[in-house]
Write a protein that binds this ligand. Structure first.
Ligand SMILES: Nc1nc2c(c(=O)[nH]1)N=C([C@H](O)[C@@H](O)CO)CN2
Length: 118
């Protein structure tokens, strides 16, 4: 399977379990590996045959501006659903990372995979 990847996509969003996290956005990082449905774009050189990664990032930013999650797991699941459902990806891996949220821990996060990787 051919994969489009995006690394360290920084987005500001309201996320977290605790009251103090509900008042102001924090910066999170998202990594994506998106399976593309076929090898066609490698031969056709046509953006219409693949998933436009710029559109994916715009969609992510729009989601995170309007939806506020408690858990990074729930956010990752929602992103995976959108990428498969709206962009037609057969498989996706989503990592969500919080930066400097725990004392003595630089980064903490979750990684999920959804769909079939062939
Ligand atoms: N497995 C998880 N553990 C925790 C989460 C989470 O999203 N998933 N979130 C928090 C708090 O929001 C944290 O970021 C602030 O201390 C704690 N544990």
């Amino acid at each position: 399977m051919d994969i489009i990847f995006l690394r360290e996509v920084r987005v500001d969003t309201v996320i977290g379990l605790y009251e103090w996290e509900r008042h102001a956005p924090q910066t999170i990082e998202i990594d994506l590996d998106i399976g593309i449905p076929s090898e066609t774009p490698c031969h056709s050189d046509d953006i219409g045959d693949t998933i436009h990664y710029g559109v994916v990032v715009e969609r992510l930013r729009a989601i995170l501006a309007e939806r506020h999650f408690l858990l990074i797991e729930a956010l990752a699941e929602h992103i995976a659903h959108v990428i498969r459902d709206e962009f037609g990806a057969p498989w996706v891996r989503v990592s969500v990372t919080k930066l400097g949220i725990l004392a003595g821990v630089k980064r903490v996060g979750v990684q999920i995979e959804r769909g079939n990787r062939s």
